[in-house]
Write a protein that binds this ligand. Structure first.
Ligand code: M6R
Length: 607
């Protein structure tokens, strides 16, 4: 969950390293640091807090150098403090940055202490620095030291090491955490994510599990986990640095909410045409898997898990049994896999540690195959799955997921239609469902035009401590997603309940100051939900509703926002938008850090 950047170049790289960190800040923002090789010395600057603090420090105490590494941290071992901020060094021998967790750090620490190494931090990373120093002192090169350390380290990591003994070399290793090499003129760079390097290059090499790479300005040598020299293909990233700026929006989250009509259209592009699903767009392997699919297991975390829960309703409606589970539970239990089951992982980043571990466990079980719904083409989940259905949301930077969620739902809807064909859906039924998807971008646009009304509603929320979100059917997971968004960015305690569960306990929480949020689409469960809302009103609860224009609300008091002409099959997607906006405006009222809420990080690459 930390971000790392590094460079070996002919020019001063400090400014680019800091800019790279700024672009990786979504991965963690407790502290940041840079280390540079300069005249046979290691010089570093580290600061607690966001990258801007580090940039200020470097302004006061400038640094220059042509080889350097940098890091932005999401604390795991040790509190956010300067001593725990990366880079970590071992004297004047070596300096490292690391993303991941070294599981055997305690025993390595004991052995290094016994050899006289003293530790400045509580981090697991510092053991890597001293381990490398011990190998360097025994006469090994930096490359050989990293390869030797690879044999001793247990855990997940992406790391980069530089040493004043070999000032024009950087050695990097990947085991469980993403690492990419950027290729530019007379220089090579590394980062946890291409995004960090986009202002400099769009040419990348993605390291594979177990790889070690040795970089100089002009050369790259890559060795696989068996230490064979290997060639990894160079890829050109279509994403440009400009596409990933905030533009005129105050926050990335707001920009990403407003991008939804465009990215939903993009996710549908080439996949539907004239009322038909173009199934070939998923590829031959997908079609073969769909032919054999009798059951589905969907595994994901957080917002992506909520997308999976919505899909469960869709899939079971067409007669396909579907089990949905959070990856952190799935990976550690005995799972029964009925014959003909397709494994589906859902993830924005494609790097979430628990989801990746679940996929790897799934690959060892008797699934038909593994499909991922993912937003990052170069991610580990995509590379390790048999089939990838890409959401085309573009880079999502706000920690709170918005456009990634709605495009995941679109992709899952397309998969549902592909499977519904095999369940006997006729062409007219398919046409109706595809037309509903086709209409979706415009419907989302119309809801976005209601932003000012949602902002006014949010004003009544700012002083709240708690909130309840209710829903039935597909709107239950949508309520879960609404509650997650609110708690994530406004720090208001929010819980979601299936509306019918209210009287089985949570109703005890309802009083005059409890806000209750609920979507009221015009669907067969409407009357049931309205009865549940009566129960809320009878206890004085304050209702915030998002309802279909056709719905008559027989309640005495409520705030309501009307949505027009929403299609039944895509309604969960459309109703997600006002809930996203509500959370955003509440957070704005409260003055919290919308894009980088406390204690969280965008890409959860540790367990
Ligand atoms: O990248 P992923 O979709 O695998 O991430 C899963 C969760 O960490 C993520 O959805 C998280 O819950 C978001 N911050 C929610 O807004």
């Amino acid at each position: 969950m930390c971000g790392i950047v590094g460079a070996v170049s002919h020019r001063d790289v400090v400014a680019d390293l800091v800019e790279g960190l700024r672009r990786l800040e979504y991965r963690g923002y407790d502290s940041a640091g840079v280390a540079i090789l300069n005249d046979g010395n290691i010089q570093n600057r580290r600061a607690v807090g966001k990258v801007a603090k580090l940039a200020d420090l470097i302004k006061e105490q400038p640094l220059t150098g042509t080889t350097g590494v940098a890091h932005t941290r999401w604390a795991t071992h040790g509190v956010p403090a300067e001593r725990n901020a990366h880079p970590h060094r071992s004297g004047e021998d070596v300096v490292v940055v690391h993303n991941g967790i070294i599981e055997n750090h305690a025993e390595l620490r004991d052995s290094l202490k016994a050899d006289g190494y003293t530790f400045q931090s509580e981090t697991d990373t510092e053991v890597i620095a001293h381990l490398l120093a011990r190998h360097l002192k025994s006469g090994l090169s930096l490359e050989a030291s990293v390869k030797a350390a690879r044999e001793e380290l247990v855990g997940a990591y992406g790391m980069a090491a530089i040493s004043p003994h070999e000032p024009d070399v950087m050695v990097v290793a990947r085991a469980g955490s993403p690492l990419v090499i950027g290729i530019a003129d007379d220089e090579h760079l590394i980062a946890s994510d291409v995004f960090a390097l986009l202002p400099i290059t769009q040419r990348f090499i993605f390291l594979e599990e177990g790889d070690v790479a040795v970089l100089s300005r002009k050369t790259i040598a890559i060795f696989d986990s068996e230490n064979n020299a290997v060639v990894r293909d160079e890829k050109f990233s279509e994403v440009s640095a400009e596409n990933t700026e905030k533009g005129h929006y105050e926050h990335y989250m707001l920009k990403e909410i407003y991008e939804q009509p465009a990215v939903i259209a993009e996710t549908l592009e080439g996949r539907i045409y004239k009322g038909r699903l173009l199934e070939e767009s998923f590829g031959h392997t997908a079609t073969e898997l769909f032919d054999k699919t009798k059951n589905i297991h969907i595994i994901a975390c957080g917002t992506s898990y909520h997308a999976g829960l919505v899909a469960k309703y869709w899939l079971e409606e067409i007669g396909i049994p579907c089990h949905v589970e959070v990856a952190s539970e799935y990976r550690y239990r005995q799972v029964v896999v009925p014959e003909g089951t397709l494994f589906i992982s859902v993830s924005q980043s494609g790097e979430t540690a628990d989801t990746l571990a679940a996929l790897r466990a799934g690959k060892g079980a008797k699934y038909l195959g593994c499909l991922t719904v993912c937003n990052v083409p170069e991610s580990s989940l995509v590379r390790e799955s048999d089939v990838a259905v890409m959401t085309r949301a573009g880079k999502e930077i706000g920690v709170a997921s918005t456009k990634a969620f709605t495009t995941q739902l679109v992709a899952l809807r397309l998969i549902t239609i592909a499977l519904a064909r095999r369940q006997g859906m006729n062409q007219d039924q398919e046409k109706a469902l595809v037309e509903e998807l086709h209409a979706l971008p415009r419907q989302v646009e119309v809801v976005l035009e209601l932003a000012d009304e949602i902002k006014a509603m949010a004003a009544s929320f700012a002083d709240k401590q708690n909130a309840l979100f209710l829903g039935r059917g597909t709107f239950y997971p949508i309520a879960m997603e609404g509650a997650l968004k609110l708690k994530e960015i406004s720090y208001i305690h929010a819980e979601a309940y299936a509306a019918g569960e209210l009287k089985h306990g949570p109703l005890a929480l309802v009083d005059e100051i409890m806000p209750v949020v609920c979507a009221l689409p015009d669907d067969p469960l409407l009357e049931k939900v309205l009865s549940n809302l009566q129960e809320v009103r009878a206890r004085g609860g304050e209702l915030f509703l998002f309802s279909d224009k056709k719905v008559k609300i027989p309640l005495d008091k409520y705030q309501d926002l009307k949505l027009d002409d929403i299609c039944p099959s895509t309604a969960p997607i459309v109703y997600s938008i006002p809930l996203q906006l509500l959370s955003y405006f509440v957070a704005l009222e409260k003055g919290t850090d919308v894009d980088q809420p406390r204690n969280l990080a965008k890409s959860v690459t540790v367990e």
